[in-house]
Structure formats: C-alpha cells, structure tokens
Design a protein around this ligand. Sequence first.
Ligand SMILES: Nc1ncnc2c1ncn2[C@@H]1O[C@H](COP(=O)(O)OP(=O)(O)OP(=O)(O)O)[C@@H](O)[C@H]1O
Length: 594
Amino acid sequence: MAKKGDIFASCSFASLGLQSTLCDELRDKMGYEVPTLVQAQAIPVILSGRHVLVNAATGTGKTIVYLVPIIHHLQLYNPRIGRSDGTFALVLVPTRELCIQVYEILQKLLHRFHWIVPGYVMGGENRSKEKARLRKGISILVATPGRLLDHLKNTTSFVHTNLRWIIFDEADRILELGFGKEIEEILDLLGSRKNGFDSKENGGLKHSEYPRQNLLLSATLNEKVNHLANISLEDPVMVGLDDKKISAELPKPSHKHFGSLGSHSDEESEHPVTLRSCSDADYNLPSQLVQTYVKVPCGSRLVVLLSILKNLFEREASQKVVVFFSTCDAVDFHYSLLSEFQWSSDLQSGANQKQKLVSCKTLRLHGNMEQEGRRTTFQGFKTEKSALLLCTDVAARGLDFPKVRCIIQYDSPGDASEYVHRVGRTARLGERGDALLFLQPIEIDYLQDLQKHGVSLKEYHLLKVLDSFPLSCQKHHAKKFVSPEVHPWVLSLQKALESFISAEPKMKQLAKDAFCSWIRAYTAHRGDLKRIFMVKKLHLGHVARSFGLKEQPSLVGRSFQMQKKKTEQRQKGLSKKRKGPAKHEYAQSKRRKQ
Ligand SMILES: Nc1ncnc2c1ncn2[C@@H]1O[C@H](COP(=O)(O)OP(=O)(O)OP(=O)(O)O)[C@@H](O)[C@H]1O
C-alpha cells in the first residue's frame, strides 16, 4: 500500500472553494473525507474558469476533478437551471463502459441537486430513446464522440446554446481510436474552437453569458493531444505536468503550470501548448504497483497462463484478476475454454474426478458483444468479490473496478501508454496491485521500450509455480527443469487441452478463429513495435499450440500467407497510394476490434 500522504492532500474539500452541500455530498454519498493530491491541485484552478490540461497517474481521482467544479457552478445559478435550458456541460469519453461509469458517479453526486439532470448518449443504445431524453433536457451530458456527433447533426430538439464546459476524459485514447475528425466537427458545431470563445455569436450559435471552459484529462498524453489542446484550449493551465513533459522548445516558463505539488509560475503566454512526444517522457505509475514479466516460449503460452491463474486462485480464493487479450476472438476462445475444460484430477490427487482447472467465476468483455452483455459483465465485475475478467483493451481505459488484485497482459499492449492504462486497473488510489506481462523470448526487447518511459519490470518466477503442481506419476521435483517447454506439468496439461479441443468441434472452431485474428493483430503492431513483434519470426505451429491446436490448420495457413504478403508489399511501399485511407481503416477496425 502507498502512504496516505502520497495519494491524499492534507486539506479539506471546503478549503478548495467548494460549496458546503457539495462537500457534504462528497463525504456522505461518496465516502470521500479529503481530496486526493490531483484534486487539491486541479479543483481550484478549474473553479477559476481557466482551461486546464490534467495529467495524473491512473486511479488518482481525475473524474471528481472535473465533475465537482461543474456541479459547484451549476448549483449556484440563480434562478435555478431547468431542463429546458438544455446542456451546460459535455463530457466526452472513448468507450461505452466509461460513459456509464461517469454517468453513475454523476447520479450519486447530484443526489441533493435534483434540478441538475445527468444523462448519456453512446453507441449501441436506442437512438430514439436518446432523442427523447435530449428533448426533455440533460444538464450534464456524458457521450461517446460518434453518437454525440450524430445527435448534434440530427436531433433538432437537442439544446446546447447554454453550453459552458467541454471535457475530454482520456483525451489521447479518443484520438487514438480515430475520433479526431469527429472531435473537430463537434468543436466546430458547438462553436468551441479556439478563438471562438469570446464571441457571443459563432456560426449562428448563441453562446451562454459565461465564457467557455474546456478541460483535457489523461494519465498519458501523446502528440495528438497537442493538436487537440491547441484547437480547444485557450491559454491553458497544466496540472501534473512537469517541465520534462512540456517541450524544451518553448521559452520557460511559458505556461501557467502546476508541478507535482502545486508550485506554479505566474507568467501568461501566447505560445501554443507543446507536449513532449510520449516516446521520450516518463509515465506516472502508482508507486506501490509490483510489475513483473514472464518469458514464455510461444507453444507453452496457454498452459502457462492457465497455470498462473490456477496458482493465483489457489493461493487466494477471493480476489479479482483481469487478463488482457489482443482480440475479441481470443477472449471468446479462452472464456469458453476456462468455462468448459475439466481435467481429470488423477494426475493431481490420485482421484479420478474431473474438475475445472481454475475455480473462479469467469466473465468476458469486448467490443463485439451485444450491448446488454457488455453492461452485465461491466456491472457484474464491479460488484463481484472474486472473479476473473477476460477482456480486450475496451476495458483498459478509465474503468474503476474496485479491488482488482492482479492484471495479466497475456498479449502485449500496443505502445507503452496502453501498458500504463492496462496496469492502471489495479493499484488504484494507493491500494496494492500486481501486474504481469507475458513476453515470448523473441519479444524481450519490449522491456527496453518500456524502460525508455521509466517503466521497469522484474522477472516472474515461473518454474517455482510450475513445480508447485503435484504430478503424482512423475518425479519432476527431483529434477530441475530450466525451460517451461519440457516441464512435465506443461507437457501433460498441453496434451489434455489438445485432446479436449480436438474432440469438441465448437471449441476447435473458436480456437481456429482466435488463431487467425491473433496473427492479424500481431501483424498490425505499429511503427517501432514492428521491430519487436515480427510476424516472420513466429513459428506458426507453436502459435497453433498456444490455442490448443495440435497442428496449424491449412486454411489458416493460407489466410495468414495472404496477410503476410500484403504486409510485405505495404512495407516495400508498393501500396503507397493507399497509405492514407489504410491508416483510417486501421483506426476504424481498431474501434470495432477492441
Ligand atoms: N477524494 C477521494 N477520496 C477517496 N476516494 C476517492 C477520492 N476521489 C476519487 N476516489 C476514488 O478513487 C478511485 C479512482 O478514481 P477515478 O476513476 O476518478 O481515477 P482516474 O484518475 O480517473 O483513473 P484512470 O486514469 O484509470 O481513469 C475511484 O474508486 C473513486 O471513487
């Protein structure tokens, strides 16, 4: 556990300038006694009306940073705001789950302020019901960008002439998912581009009497956020960014910015915001997070994953664990396998009784699931005391699942910022947490990539875990095995998995589909990471084994060869003229894939 003083400030919410009923609400309804450090730094600045960019570690309470000042101001409006006044604040988030999460926090915070109405619009929901809610009026609206743009264009009864705040939560992710164009259109439609703030009329839109205030928040920032900051923030204050992260190109100090403990410069500046590229900046990670990696040969990956999970839940039956995969198909395959695979325990205990290998409740979450299923999993994993969640990166950003003990990244994340957000689902608000990253021996240079961002990992003691499983028929304890591939436990479990999968047509199909999409995702690693995750170095037979397939199916081989050929052509620049659209398509498919 981190020390209290590393997370919480030594002041009260009231001392930040917040109205007393709201402070009572924070204490009584939310259980918050004092603000976190980032809340103490950012709330007074946001209350002052300045545009702000907040960069703070995962799980430090950034949601409250922007919601509370908005509620503070709205409850002071005299006469009280009503539903017919429409939307005053807009919170943009990258995923549906985050949309619901922010909305639920709002509901709690607004308990005593019933005249301020929260609401949300997002992909996957019923448009006409959303239209009806917008017609009635929503004071604080949480939205995913695509659906919001749809309503801005097509829902005439959506009143936003009083709009005062636009918040980009997980700003970098919104842009990475390819929503850049939508965001620019949204800013234009709302007349909220930089230099448009002071005019009362903009593009036919009547602005409220209050000046606009835009806020950007994330635990990681990238070059695209630079652009967004430049088009949406007017003379912003930086919270949580030290001089290392603000480009050295700028004359210093060029912005009002708060260092890690709130020191600030008073000089004003006309300079645009310039953040250092994420390729050379250190990331903020919770200091109490224990980070490890495990080096596993490709063909043993599946058995090692199952063994580690078995070990985790045997050591501590009541805990929550999240495993990240690169594709929806991989989530589905592992979910079915964990739910259905039963192993004869004669190898383990001498009794001939089949039982589930990992005995815990298993849930899955990915973007190809029906909205209702996504919602049920999301809510279920929040409330469960003990469960295993298998998911894609759709769960990597912003989601606040209480008491997650361990994060396993079975498939490597894209760039280092994704690593930071995935591991950020544990060790929140000073709690303890473990993170384990799977790497194949050929991928080990990824550690250097993380190191560049100040992230260093220790090696996980895999053999100790494998040795801990009783295999009565083998005397493996007497012998030391240096590689997991030849460990008797690994060999027998692999054999059992392969027999199970080959005997079950449904499982076999899931395994094949997962194999294909895993290869596609591996091929899609971008930029610098292609140097580490090289498809041509993969042994496809071993990849097949990692999906419990005895051999690489020929059909799969052909589709992979086609994929590989396309990639090689692209790398050689043969398809240069398709480069632009291809990038866009990648972003589109990324939104669907995760
Ligand atoms: N002042 C506070 N006192 C106690 N708990 C708090 C306080 N502020 C926030 N929390 C709790 O801290 C947890 C993390 O908050 P939140 O999800 O806003 O973090 P975050 O910084 O946005 O994380 P991420 O970067 O992962 O999105 C939540 O469970 C929230 O209820």
